[in-house]
Structures are given as structure tokens and as C-alpha cells.
Design a protein around this ligand. Structure first.
Ligand SMILES: [Zn+2]
Ligand SMILES: [Zn+2]
Length: 239
């Protein structure tokens, strides 16, 4: 069902899976960069080695710049560009991409699975809501109950959906100091405020871990949301 609106496209870098309609693409999807023309790069931009018949050019698939084989060796999955197979990346792009892939493999799944949180914002005051990112990554939904896959008609909403691309910031308000995020030692948040654009005004929605369940799942969801907002603000290159 999630893949029904997808198509395969072939580019000079490989096969990509994208949405049939551009408007349906994940907000995390990056466009392929234009490749720097060969004549503009006589030498590797990292080690300065001159290109010739023995030392060939390679374009990094993420930033599109020219490198020699030694500076652009690793092939890494790049789901943000929709590539089906791992692609060749320069060292700087390898670092950024590996961090993002951890987000894809772990945090994005948490966001889609969803969790119960308390909402405050607009005319909603401390109301319990099941919060989840849609599988297209385009919207965050706030339902009264945990959605039942077999019965989607009787959904009751606590708050209107938020278009993910309209989110400008996710600001952490308070943390549960003693609870550390296992993998990277970061501290898990207890509440965050999302600032998002609605037509031409800025709105806020505060998401808080319910007291009675000072649970890891809800905190990990908030952490994942914070990461998602940060990732969407990073562009193609390692800067
Ligand atoms: Zn080089
Ligand atoms: Zn690169």
C-alpha cells in the first residue's frame, strides 16, 4: 500500500525509487545534485591530485563534486535520494549519510509507529493523543485512540494534522536527566514545542511525555522528532 504511488527512475547515478506525483515525495527526499562538469575540475578537490588516464574522476552522488578514486571510494546506501543500491560518496558525504541512515533505520520507524503524548496548543490543553508520522512522512497525526488498522473510519482527532514541511523548529523544553539515549549518550527529552507555519502565521504545539508513563518510548519519539526536524534542514553536502 505504501509503495503503490512509487516509480523507478534511472539517472546517471543509478536507479531511484520516487513517488509518481512529486507532491507525494517524502519531505526528507533530496534532489540529485548537478554534477560539476569535468572541464571545471582538472584536479581532485580533496587531495589536489591531477586527473589523467591513470587517475580518473569520480563524482560524489550526494554533492556532485569531482574526486579521485582514493578520496571517493565508499559506496553507501543513500535513502534520502531514493537510490535503490549503495552509491559512491566522498568522505564528507559518507559521514553525513551514515548519521542520516541511522535516523532512517531507527528514528523514522519510531515516529511512524507513534506514541501517546499530552498536547497543548491552540484550543487543546493537556489532552492525551496518539501521535504518529504518516508512512509518506508528510503529516503528523493526532488521534484520540491508537489507530486501529482494520477500522480507520471511526478515528477521532485531538488536533488537526501538521504538515511536516511546515515545521520550522522543534525546541526541547525539559529533559529527564537520568535517562540517557543508549546509542549516542544524548539525553531524552520530556517535552518539546513544535513551531510550524499555518497559512501565514506561526503556531506552536507542545508535546509532553505523560506523567504516569515516564516511558522511554514516548521520550524516544520526541527525540526522533527533534532529529527529523534537524535533518530536514540539512541540504545535500556536508556544507
Ligand atoms: Zn583525491
Ligand atoms: Zn560528496
Amino acid at each position: 500500500m505504501a509503495n503503490s504511488g512509487k516509480k523507478l527512475v534511472r539517472s546517471k547515478s543509478g536507479l531511484r525509487m520516487v513517488s509518481v506525483e512529486e507532491k507525494d515525495n517524502s519531505p526528507f527526499l533530496l534532489e540529485e545534485p548537478p554534477w560539476v562538469p569535468d572541464q571545471q575540475c582538472p584536479t581532485c578537490i580533496q587531495c589536489n591530485h591531477k586527473f589523467d588516464l591513470m587517475k580518473r574522476r569520480h563524482h560524489c552522488r550526494r554533492c556532485g563534486k569531482c574526486f579521485c578514486g582514493t578520496c571517493c571510494t565508499e559506496k553507501v546506501p543513500l535513502p534520502r535520494m531514493g537510490f535503490v543500491d549503495p552509491v559512491r560518496l566522498c568522505d564528507g558525504c559518507v559521514d553525513v549519510t551514515k548519521k542520516e541512515n541511522e535516523f532512517y533505520n531507527k528514528h523514522l520507524k519510531l515516529l511512524i509507529n507513534g506514541t501517546f503524548l499530552l498536547l497543548t496548543g491552540g484550543d487543546v490543553e493537556n489532552e492525551t493523543s496518539y501521535c504518529q508520522l504518516t508512512s509518506s512522512h508528510r503529516e503528523v497525526l493526532f488521534s484520540r485512540q491508537k489507530p486501529d488498522k482494520n477500522n480507520t473510519n471511526s478515528m477521532e482527532w485531538v488536533h488537526d494534522p501538521i504538515n511536516f514541511e511546515s515545521i520550522q523548529e522543534a525546541v526541547v523544553q525539559s529533559c529527564q536527566n537520568e535517562i540517557q539515549d543508549g546509542d549516542n549518550g544524548g539525553i531524552l527529552p520530556k517535552s518539546i514545542t513544535i513551531r510550524y507555519k499555518y497559512i501565514d502565521e506561526m503556531r506552536e504545539l507542545k508535546l509532553t511525555v505523560p506523567d504516569e508513563t515516564s516511558n522511554r518510548q514516548a521520550m524516544a519519539w520526541l527525540k526522533a522528532m527533534e532529529k527529523a526536524v534537524r535533518i530536514i534542514q540539512t541540504s545535500n553536502g556536508p556544507s
